[in-house]
Write a protein that binds this ligand. Structure first.
Ligand code: SF4
Length: 766
């Protein structure tokens, strides 16, 4: 087997291992079932006579184990499962507010059929049989006319794989977990996989912050990006004395806790990382024994980074050399118990995104922080059984003759599913073949895929689109058929095996019966399978889950008696002498030859991304701590906490423009696209060359009565994207805005000089 083939194979197996954590499409289902079963009896009676039922939260993808308290048939409270080794009794604001998702009067209650134009949001109520019959009819018709690959599927979330398998069984290769991969962790996943041999950023992140002596965060918004156990580990590390370095153009929550905050020029993070790597090598601050015995490519790395001096980086990054040196020396002093955190959302600038994450993995390896307390740790697999489903139907699927997935032009994309942007492009151009039908499940693609104007154009080019949702966001109002999904508190989903420091096994189960005419995803998939003549749904959901649990020596009934969770001993650390990672040679790759084989850089280079054109600032976006993007904007309790986003604007810039705190403005991007009105937060906590807003606000769906029109949607200002050349993930920080106040366009002054090496973005009409 040649090396390239080996690497593709090993990538595929590593992805398979991480599949449950990452929702990577095409890796097989957890379970399939013919119909929803009876309610579980509950785990016992708790305080004030409430029945307590253990389950798993899905207010975000982190999936914290929970206990729901049910009284008189209604969920009255949600807490963390005290037996959970990761969150204990804790849930975040969103976890607590699952009650309000369940009882939100704006929920989609019945199957709906579009009666107005796409995007108008006018529907008629129809029966399930009619809705599924129409979907099946259109799937068959499109397949017959254009071939199986004219069907495509975007999904996100725990139960999406049920419907994903239906699309696979119809013969298409075009399904992708969006936005979890190509608009989020894709570049990070590939960089770590090729450098240290495994994916450290899936649903969970294998970062041992709680035992670290120092941590580095590069624009990672932990604290605003709230995932209960992760934030807890971060805080535990800080409480135990871990020293924090934060690199961020903005004074974020994490920066607020930092010993050193480097307010870097946006787009220059890789320059800083390469200069630090060079400094660590030149000053001999790396772990020589670890590098000599466990790493390959050191000489190539040393040679490649030699030109990146601290003086050069200070100019490029607009930082002080003394601060940069103090930060890297602080991190080096803590090695090997140092946590170089990869962040989560890694699709920033397109071209350099994989390389930037390579630099984090390289610095981790230079410090020997692999498989040691405080560094990145190894997941411990939890053994479960398998429940046979529609595998026989999947075996009959013929491979594509012209493959969008395998011949994407991005050499490392194919094992992760068809590239999101390629699917949109194929819909809009008909090349390499037409895509004419789209299924969407649990993701608001108009809000999450960059350049919503292209997405809406694509929807208009489709013969048919349907979605499966709980709340009617933008994608629902553009769909031909809308299927009402059961909320996570109303359904079984499957077995969750968590591979972290203390591994555990748990199950999502219904806490109350599904309301209205909502149905769980496996029921929907099974009924659609019947309409399509796809065989394989012969079991109840409980039977399927029990078959999987049997492999771990337990069952739903047993789990319920034992508090809903079984824990196992973890094996996160390794003896450096016997460390063997999942790369071809078993050694950490400081220079990735597989990249060089594809004419990509084995060691990352700094490739500058254009700086803002005159009169504009870079648009940065992030998360609100009480929201999961557009998904939670309509939730009563969460909306009351933070109903709208604000535009962070540097105080000096605001003064020059005559803008005061809470004044309402509109943003206009480099292509002339304008936002909803947004209030301004005047602050010294952001650089003058950037503005910032939290993502997910500014809903354009009138069916979300609380969220509609509140704040501005950053996505509608993201019209310029750059694809990363490794996997085709699309950038989201390559757009620029200026301010419109009272109808007048105000140019943002350039208060910080830009070095000549950094090119300016050229306006299309310049
Ligand atoms: S982090 Fe919060 S929203 Fe996410 S799963 Fe945990 S409790 Fe639920």
């Amino acid at each position: 087997m040649d090396r390239r083939h080996f690497l593709k194979m090993s990538t595929a197996s590593a992805v398979a291992i991480a599949a449950s954590a990452m929702d990577v499409p095409g890796q097989g289902g957890l379970f399939r079932a013919a119909q929803a079963g009876p309610m579980p009896p509950g785990n016992g009676t708790g305080s004030m006579g409430a029945t307590e039922v253990t389950s798993v939260c899905e207010m975000c993808f982190w999936r914290c184990p929970i206990v729901a308290k049910v009284r008189d048939g209604k969920v009255v409270k949600i807490e963390g499962n005290p037996k959970s080794p990761v969150n204990g009794t804790r849930v975040c604001a969103r976890g607590n507010s699952g009650v309000q998702l369940l009882y939100d009067p704006d929920r989609i209650k019945y199957p709906l059929k579009r009666v107005g134009a796409r995007g108008e949001g006018k529907w008629a109520r129809i029966s399930w049989d009619e809705a599924l019959g129409e979907i099946a009819h259109n799937m068959k018709k499109v397949k017959e006319k254009y071939g199986p690959h004219a069907l495509a599927y975007f999904d996100h979330g725990a139960s999406a794989e049920n419907m994903r398998e239906i699309f696979q069984a119809m013969g298409t290769e075009n399904f992708t977990s969006e936005p979890a991969f190509y608009q989020c962790v894709g570049p990070a996943a590939l960089a770590y996989l090729q450098t240290v041999g495994y994916i450290t950023t899936g649903t969970r992140q294998f970062n041992d912050m709680g035992n670290s002596k120092a941590m580095l965060f590069v624009a990672s918004h932990v604290g605003e990006n709230v995932h209960v156990s992760h934030v807890h580990e971060f805080i535990t590390g800080l409480a135990k004395g871990s020293e924090l370095v934060v690199v961020d153009p903005r004074f974020s929550v994490a920066a607020n806790k930092a010993k050193i905050h480097l307010a870097i020029r946006p787009g220059t993070d890789t320059a800083l990382m390469l200069a630090w790597i060079n400094y660590v090598i030149e000053k001999g601050l790396y772990n020589k024994e670890f590098v000599a015995n466990k790493c390959e490519g050191f000489d190539a790395l040393k040679k490649a980074v030699k030109g990146y001096s601290m003086e050069w980086a200070a100019r490029i990054c607009d930082l002080k050399i003394d601060d940069m040196k103090a930060a890297i020396e602080l991190l080096a002093k803590a090695s090997p118990n140092v946590n170089i955190h990869p962040g989560r959302h890694s699709t920033w600038y397109g071209k350099g995104d994989v390389g930037r994450h390579q630099t984090y993995a390289i610095l981790t390896a230079l410090f020997g922080a692999v498989g040691v307390p405080g560094g990145i740790y190894f997941p411990t697999a939890v053994k479960t059984g398998h429940s046979e489903g529609i595998e026989e139907s999947l075996k009959k699927v013929a491979p594509a003759k012209v493959s969008l997935k395998n011949d994407s032009g991005y050499p490392f994309s194919s094992v992760f599913g068809t590239v999101t942007a390629d699917i949109i492009k194929a819909i809009n151009t008909g090349k390499p073949y037409p895509i004419k039908l789209l299924g969407v499940n649990g993701v608001n693609i108009i809000q999450t895929i960059p350049n919503p104007y292209e997405t809406m154009k694509a929807i208009n080019n489709l013969d048919f689109i349907f979605c499966q949702e709980m709340m009617a966001g933008e994608t629902a109002i553009w769909s031909d058929i809308v299927l009402p999904d059961a909320v996570y508190l109303e359904r079984y989903d499957g077995v969750y095996a968590y591979e972290g420091l203390t591994p555990y096994l748990t199950v999502r189960q219904p806490v109350v019966p599904a309301m209205y005419e909502c149905q769980p995803p496996y029921w929907i998939a099974a009924q659609l399978a019947k309409h399509l003549g796809i065989d394989g749904y012969h079991k109840s959901v409980e039977e399927a889950i029990d078959e999987e649990l049997a492999g771990a020596g337990t069952s739903i009934a047993k789990l319920n008696k034992e508090g809903g969770i079984v824990t196992y001993p973890g094996n996160p650390y390794r003896d450096a002498k016997t460390l063997n990672v999942g790369t071809e040679s078993g050694k950490i790759q400081l220079a990735v030859e597989a990249f060089a084989d594809e004419d990509l850089d084995a060691v990352p280079k700094f490739e500058p991304t254009p700086v803002p054109p005159t009169g504009f600032a870079r648009l940065l976006y992030g998360r609100s701590p009480v929201h999961t993007f557009s998904r939670t904007m309509n939730n009563l309790w969460l909306h009351n906490e933070i109903p709208e986003n604000k535009l962070w604007l540097n105080d000096q810039v605001a003064k020059r423009l005559g803008i005061s705190m809470d004044e309402e403005v509109v943003l206009e991007n480099q292509d002339g696209k304008r936002s909803n009105p947004i209030k301004v937060l005047v602050t010294p906590g952001i650089r003058p060359d950037a503005v910032y807003m939290a993502h997910g606000f500014g809903s354009k769906s009138p069916h979300l009565s609380r969220a509609y029109g509140k704040g501005a949607a950053d996505g509608f200002l993201i019209t310029e994207t750059v694809a990363d050349p490794f996997i085709g993930a699309t950038s989201k920080r390559t757009n620029f805005v200026r301010i419109v106040k009272g109808g007048k366009v105000l140019d943002i002054p350039e208060l910080i000089p830009v070095p000549a090496e950094l090119p300016k973005y050229v306006l299309k009409n310049a």
